[in-house]
Write a protein that binds this ligand. Structure first.
Ligand code: SF4
Ligand code: SF4
Length: 386
């Protein structure tokens, strides 16, 4: 066996880049056993072992930097919940990636994402002045001094044509529930969640600080988000930059409106419907009940709970920058999820995250299951019945 010499100055640099709990790891391997990559075949499944990656980082060894290894992690948090040492595994992954980003060695597929964020303030190469094109003929008020909530629409739902339907549905449902909300518009920038997970700390800070300055200048106090990724960042990362807000995912606002009798649902029966808990809504932010309360209130609702649900939910594979990286058909977590939903007898798979919609709908089509299962955001199911 080849002897490898540890480079402790490299591991110290990784810790300095944010992997503060790197040395807490005692190499038990529970994280690796819990990781969804164990459920699929393929190169990433063979190359990416989070226990081994952390060991190599502890020793300052090279060899874990590839798209199929360190950048395979979707930051789904399933491993964090089982770690007996309380290791901040995602923080460690972010620290390792950050050290690579500082020397410009992020995977080639992610470089255009960083370029678009620098140039346009969004990762989808959409012109900044088209950020509000999703509105089309919808009624969406502007945020003003007398508006209670600022509605922040995720970049994906601003620029991706499929995802724009989610933004319009959220606006329609909030309007029907009588919520006082408004958007700011083209001055908004990406929340920065994904680019921080990719490791570009400087770019994250630029985006986040620009948003904090904008939101504060407009007098924003309460925010509704369409994506759980924005929820995570606004709640957990913006306060350190001077952005203190009450932040809610739209399902929380609509579920409260339902309880208050302000949101009334009627119309077509929804029938058998399964719920996919997005990692960033559930494990990262603890929101499990609000989406279910909305689904249960739909006309003709027949909620089919999947075996992997709530904090045991299966990742869609879109977090941590993976939504922009290619995963071969036959190796995707979302294919397992689609099969689980079909096997449950559901005719609709509902979720509440633009990344989940992208990954799940793509796999539904690849598997040829589009005629038996519809993948919809909860906002879409609601908006059809208000
Ligand atoms: S579960 Fe925690 S302690 Fe065990 S190998 Fe993973 S990170 Fe290390
Ligand atoms: S965060 Fe998810 S994908 Fe990343 S190592 Fe942990 S379980 Fe695996």
């Amino acid at each position: 066996m080849e002897t490898r010499v540890p480079f402790l100055e490299v591991s110290d640099a990784i810790v300095m880049s944010g992997a503060e709990t790197l040395y807490w790891c005692m190499q038990c391997g529970l994280c690796t056993g819990t990781c969804p990559y164990r459920l699929v075949p393929g190169t990433a499944s063979e190359e990416f072992n989070i226990r081994r990656v952390q060991r190599m980082a502890q020793l300052g060894l090279e060899g874990f930097e590839s798209e199929d290894c360190l950048f395979a992690c979707t930051t789904c948090r399933a491993c964090v919940d089982v770690c007996p040492r309380g290791v901040d595994i995602i923080g460690n992954v972010r620290g390792m990636r950050s050290m690579l980003a500082e020397v410009g060695t992020i995977p080639p597929s992610l470089k255009p994402i960083a370029g678009s964020l620098h140039a346009q303030g969004n990762p989808w190469s959409g012109p900044r002045d088209k950020r509000t094109d999703w509105i089309k003929d919808a009624q969406v008020p502007a945020f003003s001094d007398s508006t209670e909530y600022f509605l922040f629409v995720c970049c994906t739902s601003c620029f991706d044509v499929r995802s724009q339907r989610i933004a319009r549905s959220v606006a329609k449902a909030l309007g029907a529930a009588g919520v006082s909300f408004g958007i700011i518009g083209n001055e908004e920038s990406c929340c920065g969640e994904s680019i921080r997970k990719i490791g570009d700390e400087a770019l994250f800070r630029n985006l986040a600080q620009s948003n904090v300055n904008l939101f504060n200048s407009k007098g924003v106090k309460k925010i509704i988000v369409t994506s759980p990724h924005c929820l995570f960042t606004f709640k957990n990362e913006y306060p350190a930059l001077g952005g203190e807000y009450e932040v809610f995912h739209y399902t929380e606002i609509l579920a409260q409106a339902l309880k208050d009798g302000k949101l009334k649902l009627s119309g077509a029966e929804v029938g058998p419907i399964a719920m996919h808990d997005p990692c960033y809504l559930g494990r990262h932010n603890g929101v499990y009940d609000a989406p279910r309360e909305l689904l249960a209130a739909l006309p003709g609702s027949d909620l089919r709970e999947l075996a992997r649900r709530r904090n045991k939910s299966l990742c869609c594979q879109g977090g941590g920058g993976r939504v922009w990286m290619e995963t071969k058909a036959g190796e995707r977590f979302a294919e397992l999820r689609i099969n689980e939903a079909v096997d449950s007898g559901a005719r609709t798979l509902a979720t509440a995250c633009p990344y989940c919609i992208t990954m799940l709908e793509d796999s539904c089509n690849v598997l040829g299951k589009g005629d038996v299962l519809k993948v919809l955001d909860i906002s879409e199911v609601i908006a059809e019945r208000v």
